[in-house]
Design a protein around this ligand. Structure first.
Ligand code: SAM
Length: 235
């Protein structure tokens, strides 16, 4: 009896060691799994992660977009800077913008995605604006990070592969709820859904504002500029 009792600690030690090795192997496999389980492939190295300065060339492109923006479609500089900071903070890699206009907000976000090594697809309905956005993005040196798609986002989004971890919605305000319903199922858990004009045009998007208060999201409304931005994290 005494001999078998003294064997217990040894047996327990062997069991603990075995569980430790098994657990380590299991965690190792889990560590590798997210890459294999991704719905979309991670962005290729071509996008090239790294810190980007707001060079005088890029400032010049942004200023020229603002100077030509008679309809005041572009977000404010404050909102642009906020979007870039959000992309970097979230370490976002697969971005979607709905409503590019001339590429102002896409350039700010593109600077963020340059830092994270991610990519942004931005969709613009108006073909002339889409061409202009592509030109501006190229002038800003971001055409390997930002892809402009010309067309109606309601049909173009379904042609894009995989999921998104960052969405910026800035199309016609009455369409916000429909866009939310379309894109939310493809937003990663922990991904951000952001939308513009949620303060100054709140009356045009009541249903959208209700939807982002749902239990599957944590939402905050902020106003870096005066128009308001919603930031919702998918739980
Ligand atoms: C407010 S502007 C976008 C401004 C841009 N985000 C910026 O800050 O530079 C809205 C744009 O959304 C585009 N738009 C509206 N509905 C759209 C749709 N269904 N698909 C794609 N683009 C759309 C409009 O043509 C317009 O250029």
């Amino acid at each position: 009896m005494a001999a078998s009792r003294s064997a217990y600690p040894l047996a327990l030690a062997v069991l603990a060691l075995g569980l430790g090795i098994f657990g380590y192997a299991f965690l190792e496999r889990r560590g590798a799994a997210p890459a294999e389980a991704r719905i979309s492939a991670p962005p290729t190295a071509a996008a090239g992660a790294g810190k980007v300065d707001l060079t005088s060339e890029i400032r010049g492109v942004l200023a020229s977009i603002k100077a030509a923006d008679a309809g005041q479609l572009a977000v404010s500089q404050e909102d642009g800077r906020f979007l870039r900071a959000l992309v970097v903070t979230a370490r976002a890699r697969r971005g979607l913008e709905i409503g590019s206009a001339s590429g102002y907000s896409a350039i700010w976000m593109g600077l963020g995605f340059r830092e994270t090594g991610g990519r942004l697809t931005t969709i613009e309905y108006d073909p002339e604006r889409a061409r202009e956005a592509a030109r501006n993005i190229e002038r800003a040196g971001l055409n390997d990070v930002v892809t402009v798609v010309a067309g109606d986002a309601f049909s173009e989004i379904s042609r894009l592969p995989g999921s998104f971890d960052f969405v910026f919605l800035d199309a016609w305000k009455k369409d916000y709820r429909r866009f939310f319903d379309l894109v939310f199922p493809r937003l990663d858990r922990g991904g951000l859904f952001t939308a513009h004009n949620v303060v100054n045009k709140r009356d045009e998007m009541r249903e959208f504002l209700e939807a982002i208060e749902g239990p599957e999201l944590l939402t905050s409304i902020v106003s870096p500029g005066s128009e308001g931005m919603s930031v919702s994290v998918r739980r």
